[in-house]
Write a protein that binds this ligand. Structure first.
Ligand code: 13P
Ligand code: MG
Ligand code: MG
Length: 373
């Protein structure tokens, strides 16, 4: 059977500032998902939150970009928005940028990652296991470095040397700045590795949209590589990306996918979406309440049964003592960066200052400059 995993996330309100969604908001989305499973539209569904973003993971047979799936997610987020409004929560409905999407929520605010494949439970996929990443207070480029390391560098993924992976992977990279159309490029690792790096070093402009196995012509990764500010034309919050990654066998193993997160690498985001701060791995459902709202990432692991169900149990990868060291490192790196306040790399460059107000302040000053002589 052909199965599609759809992961759609949105920030539609949070308690006490941009921290976490409320219980009633999550209940509203979970009830909607239960109803969709009962009606047979979804094979299965799972709702979680990371910081102030709610992510709905769904399995179904309707393919990528299916209007009924996208509309379902939109309506579930609308119900959560109502709960947020009733309680006077911060940012109620924040990521629902249009009145109603025309069958596809891509470009309407919510982040979307989708991955369709033949589900046989036979070789080369005798078991279908996958991971779901959700990050808050950062942009889609946050996954560039970790995914590059795993899918293009045997220093991080020795599995790349195995016959099933040695031909490498194709990276589809999107230019998030150009909004007239989706401008994408496909580059092959290992031979194009330096070209891939040349684009991916610019996390604000270029992001990995998907990664495919060249040996099996199978999609391994899907990232919600859209930028709200490019869509909305103004700051409405960071994009807080989600990603689906299939693992094991013909794809990298969980440990090979997770190792790069031990770096707590610096990403654009954090306070007012306008700083560079380290990405801290956290258990799922963790609120953002730390100093200067450090960017965070969560990761859940699932297995798909023959009927496309997965929600009976999940592995919470970053909910493990092994990650305490990285969390301390992230805090340490964060304080080091915060020590220099607004100077240089501590904040994003002018063009990337997500918070339009910063730019207004600068523009007002630019009018007061005078050319000497
Ligand atoms: P969110 O994108 O998570 O709403 O965060 C917004 C922000 O400005 C953080 O300071
Ligand atoms: Mg928010
Ligand atoms: Mg958020």
């Amino acid at each position: 059977m052909r199965i599609t995993l759809s992961l759609i996330k949105a920030d539609v309100g949070s308690i006490g500032g941009h921290t976490q969604p409320s219980g009633p908001m999550l209940t509203a989305v979970r009830e909607a998902v239960d109803g969709a499973v009962q009606s047979g539209m979804l094979l299965d569904g799972f709702v979680s939150c990371t910081g102030d973003d709610i992510a709905i993971l769904m399995s179904h047979t309707r393919g990528e970009n299916a209007p009924e799936i996208h509309e379902f997610a939109w309506n579930a987020f609308l119900s959560a928005t109502e709960r947020a409004r009733e309680a006077g929560l911060y940012g109620a409905g924040q990521d629902l940028l249009t009145d109603a999407p025309s069958g596809n929520v891509r470009g309407a605010g919510p982040g979307v990652a989708e991955l369709e494949f033949e589900h046989t439970l036979e070789k080369p996929r005798p078991a279908e296991s996958f991971m779901v990443f959700a990050a808050d207070k950062c942009g889609p480029g946050a996954y560039n470095l970790p995914l590059y390391f795993t899918f293009a560098d045997p220093m991080y993924c020795a599995g790349l040397m195995l016959p099933k992976m040695i031909k490498g992977f194709t990276f589809r990279i999107i230019d998030m700045e150009r909004t007239d159309a989706d401008w994408v490029i496909e580059l092959n690792a290992p031979e194009d590795a330096y070209h891939i790096a040349a684009l991916l070093r610019d996390n604000e402009r270029y992001a990995i949209e998907s990664i495919h196995s060249r040996t099996y012509d199978a999609k391994a990764v899907s990232v919600s590589a859209q930028r709200l500010h490019a869509i909305a034309g103004e700051y409405t919050g960071k994009d807080d990306p989600v990603a689906i990654v299939r693992n094991q066998g013909i794809f990298p193993a969980p440990e090979e996918l997770l190792l790069p997160y031990g770096k707590a690498h610096y990403v654009g985001g954090d306070a007012r979406g306008s700083h560079n701060m380290p990405l801290m791995p956290v258990p799922t459902n963790t609120p953002v309440t730390g100093p200067y709202c450090l960017p965070v990432v969560s990761c859940l692991g699932f297995s798909l049964d023959a009927e496309g169900r997965f929600s009976h149990e999940a592995a919470d990868f970053f909910d493990n003592p092994a990650w305490e060291t990285t969390r301390h490192k992230a805090q340490q790196k964060a304080f080091e960066m915060r020590d220099q306040g607004w100077s240089g790399p501590a904040m994003l460059p002018y063009k990337e200052l997500e918070y339009g107000g910063f730019r207004d302040t600068l523009e007002a000053l630019s009018e007061r400059f005078e050319a000497r002589g």
